[in-house]
Each structure stands twice: as C-alpha cells, then as structure tokens.
Design a protein around this ligand. Structure first.
Ligand code: FAD
Length: 456
C-alpha cells in the first residue's frame, strides 16, 4: 500500500487538518514531512523571532505525532527536491498540502505538481486550512476579489464552514525514513526577550482561555493599549497551530458581542489574504498608486528614531519598544506607529513594513503589507488621507498613560496622562530624564503630508 506524504508548511497542527485527514483516510501509514525551505531562508523571511516560534511549533507537532505512534520527518533544502526524495523513499503516490495564498505558495504548488507528475505521483492541494473562507471562495460580480471590507464581510459571514475535525487518534509512520534533528529554539540567536512560546498545545490552551475569560469583553476593550485585552492568537494563526475554521466556529458557539467582534477580526485576516492572492504584486507595489514621492535620504535619522522608539512621542515609542521586546505589538500600537511613519514622517510604507517583518512573530506578508498599505492610504482604506494624531490616540487609548509607563521606563515616574506630552513638563531634564524632544511638530507634519497628497 502507498504511503502518502503530508507536507506541513504553515499549518503546524494535528487538529482540523484536512490534508492529514485525507491522507489517513486511504492509508495505514503516512509520512508527515516538514522541509526547512532554503529559498525562504535566503529571502531573509526566517528572522530569529519567527525561527524560534517555528522551532516550538515543530517540536509540538513532533510530540503530538509521537503520542499517536508517529513522528515528524524534517529535511532541509529545496522543497520540491526534498518532497520528491521523500516520495521515492516512502514509495508514495500521493502528496497532500495546504493551499497558500502567496505568489511563492502558488509557485511552490506548480513546481511540486510538475515534478511529482514526472514521478507518477499526484499532488492534492487542500483549501480552507489556513483560512475560514479561502481566497476566491467569495468574489463580487465584477472582480476577482473584494477591495472593500464591509461587503466582503457580509458575504464571508454567509459561508457555510465545515465542522472542525478532531486530531487523529493514531498516525503510523514507516520505519527507516531518516530525519534531521528538530531545530532548537534555544539555539536561535537574536530573539526578542519577551517572545511568546509556540506550538499547537500552547495555541489550543490560549484559545480555550481566551474563549473562557477574554472574549466577552473584547468589543469594549480591544483598543485599550494597557489592558492588553486581545487574544494574542496571531502567531498561532500565522503558523497554523490553530485552525481559523475552528476559531470561528468555537467563537460563534460562545456567542455575544465580544465573540462577534473577534470573528469580524478573523474575517479581516481572510480579507487581506484574498486581496494578496488576487494581486500578489501588492506585497511590494502600491495597491492604489497615490503618486507619493516619499522622503528619501533626508529621512534617515527620523527612520532610525522611529525604529529605536525615540521619536519623542511616548505613545509611538512605547509601541515600537513593545515590538522590540516581545516581537509582537498591540493592533492599536501598530496602527498609530505605522501612521506616524508613513504619514507624519512621510516615509515609504515599505520601510516600516520591512522593519515590522524583521521582528513580528506573526509577521505575515498579506496581513503586514496590506495593513501597512491600508494605513499609508495606498491600500484598501476608503479614507486614504486620514492621519492618526498620536496625541489624540494616546489620550483615547491610553488615558491613564499606563501603557507608556510600561514600555518607556524613562517616563515611569510621570503620573497620569501628562506622560503623553513630556515636553510640557517643567524640569524633566533637570530630574535626569533622558527622553528626546519630538522629532517633528504635528502641525508641520500634517501640512507636509497634505501638501504631498494634494499634488496628485
Ligand atoms: C501596520 C500593521 C501591520 C500588521 N501586521 C500584521 C502581521 O504581520 N500579521 C498579522 O497577523 N497581523 C498583522 N496586523 C493586524 C493586527 O494588528 C494583528 O493581527 C493583531 O494585533 C494580532 O493580535 P491579536 O492576535 O491579539 O488580535 P485580536 O484582536 O485578538 O484579533 C484576532 C485575530 O484576528 C486577526 N486580525 C485582527 N486584526 C487584524 C487586521 N487588522 N488585519 C488582519 N487580521 C487581523 C488576527 O489573526 C488576530 O490574531 C497588522 C496591523 C497593522 C496596522
């Protein structure tokens, strides 16, 4: 009997895993394979924070397979060559894989399809593993994708979702197929000190705790920077240690306004993925060209100050320092820090997107690049020229200043909301506080941006 290969990519779980389920339905043994793809490592995408989280996920997947009688086979190299090699070793005539929305994912599927066909092996690409609603599943009458979220969400909400499947009880893997050692998180240098732990077990525990204790207050509290009252499930969704279908189904079963608001955010994730699947060039090119002539070399010091969290705007600096420390940032922080770079400093969104991708543990091409474009006004925002005023954002979403005091220790002794405007505090410097003056005045920043955009 043939031994199907299941190629794991960004779907590192055993629960609700259609490719694994399909492979097991017709075979006694399967070969669970993960390839450390050198093409991805060469792009610089495998940054330390994500490499460390990935190591946890692979360890978790291997442990889960071992509990069920199997194990994970890990190889390093060209993904197509390694899959073909595994197919030969196991005598497989089927390979199962989750669909990926990126241009790279499509190329990988095509290359695998062609190479496996030459070996007399069939490739099965399964949709709906990485999404609740797969890219292309709903489209407007006149286009191949939705460019506006609200009508997308209406259609998305009407889609019937499959019932999530449990993890298999048993996974038998043939003897004698060699594997490299699993990557070790402890050996990944340069990670953020407060980086979260990965793995399916961790993800499932977090989801259960979130649905039990957190989601109810999500609608009122999701923007409360200091409250930290969002799910923090994004890295698990990115690495596929959680199934989006399962998250949506369980949240709907939980019910209530908080759960509805959470499900809506999960739809945003699918929304960006369907945009990128239809317009892969949006990963680097403006989705909507606003004829921007971003500041170039003259902005270098401003860019450095932004990256280092030393812009002189405490709320922006707090967000950037949270990113450096945790490899994760609150969504409200992402919005205001990105707006500050792209609009107040008028720096190309790609510069900021790259920096986020260098650090974010949930760094995801579709969600990062398209959220950046949304904020920069080159993406799908229907109000492209809106500018988030960092002071107004600070007073609204960190009214007591607690988020700033947590992440900007120089200001930890400043009480209340006055921490948002340290330049107004008399004697701060005399008190030995080393915190910079604002690198730009907000009125002049706004004028620069409006002038630039009105030249269109
Ligand atoms: C400039 C910028 C860059 C971003 N880069 C990324 C990224 O690389 N990867 C990423 O997963 N998210 C990104 N986001 C979206 C969002 O900030 C994060 O998904 C969210 O902060 C993760 O925290 P959470 O899991 O606690 O979210 P929750 O608020 O608990 O939301 C639940 C889930 O919904 C999804 N979600 C929430 N908001 C969004 C959104 N605006 N767009 C898409 N999906 C969303 C995420 O999968 C998230 O885990 C970015 C947002 C901005 C403004």
């Amino acid at each position: 009997m043939s031994v199907p290969v299941v190629l794991f990519t960004s779907d590192l779980r055993l629960h609700d895993h259609p490719p694994l389920r399909a492979a097991l339905s017709g075979a006694d043994e399967v070969l669970p394979l993960f390839v450390r793809d050198l093409a991805i490592e060469r792009t610089g995408f495998a940054v330390p924070n994500r490499a460390a989280f990935l190591a946890d996920c692979l360890a978790g997947l291997d442990a889960g397979l071992r509990e069920r009688g199997g194990r994970l086979v890990v190889r390093t190299g060209d993904v197509v060559e390694e899959v073909c090699r595994a197919v030969t070793e196991a005598g497989s005539d089927e390979v199962h894989l989750s669909a990926a929305p990126s241009a790279y994912g499509h190329r990988r599927e095509q290359r695998l399809h062609d190479a496996l066909e030459r070996q007399g092996c069939r490739l099965f690409v399964h949709d709906g593993v990485a999404h609740a609603v797969a890219p292309g599943e709903v489209t407007p009458a006149s286009s191949d994708h939705f460019a506006v979220f609200t009508p997308y969400f209406r259609r998305w909400s009407q889609c019937a979702l499959r019932a999530p499947s449990p993890a298999p009880r048993e996974v038998r893997v043939p003897e004698g197929i060699g594997s490299e050692a699993l990557p070790d998180r402890a050996k990944v240098a340069g990670t953020s000190p407060g980086l979260a732990r990965g793995g399916e077990q961790e993800g499932r525990a977090r989801l259960a705790a979130w649905l039990r204790d957190g989601v109810e207050a999500y609608e009122e509290r999701h923007d409360d920077l200091a409250g930290d009252a969002t799910s923090r499930l994004s890295p698990h969704l990115h690495f596929g240690t959680l199934s989006p279908v399962e998250c949506v189904q369980r949240a709907r079963r939980r019910g209530g306004a908080g759960a509805d608001a959470f499900v809506r955010q999960l739809a945003w994730r699918d929304f960006h993925h369907q945009v990128l699947a239809a317009r892969p060039q949006a990963a680097t090119a403006d989705y909507r060209d606003r004829h921007d002539r971003w500041r170039g070399a003259a902005a270098r010091d401003d860019i450095d100050a932004w990256k280092e969290g030393r812009t002189g705007y405490p709320i922006v600096d707090a967000a950037m320092r949270q990113l450096a420390h945790e490899g994760w940032m609150h969504n409200r922080g992402r919005l205001l820090a990105a707006s500050f770079l792209a609009k107040s400093l008028y720096v190309d969104w790609r510069v900021g997107a790259r920096h986020f991708m260098d650090l974010l543990v949930d760094g995801d091409v579709a969600n990062n690049q398209l959220n950046w474009q949304w904020v920069a006004g080159t993406g799908t925002d229907t109000r492209p020229n809106r500018v988030l005023n960092p002071l107004r954002q600070a007073h609204r979403y960190d009214p007591e200043g607690a988020y700033v005091r947590r992440w900007v220790p120089e200001l930890r002794d400043v009480e209340g909301a006055s921490v948002h405007e340290p330049w107004k505090l008399p004697g701060l410097e005399r008190a030995g506080v080393d915190y910079p003056e604002p690198i730009v005045g907000l009125p002049e920043a706004l004028e620069r941006f409006q002038r630039a955009r009105s030249n269109v």
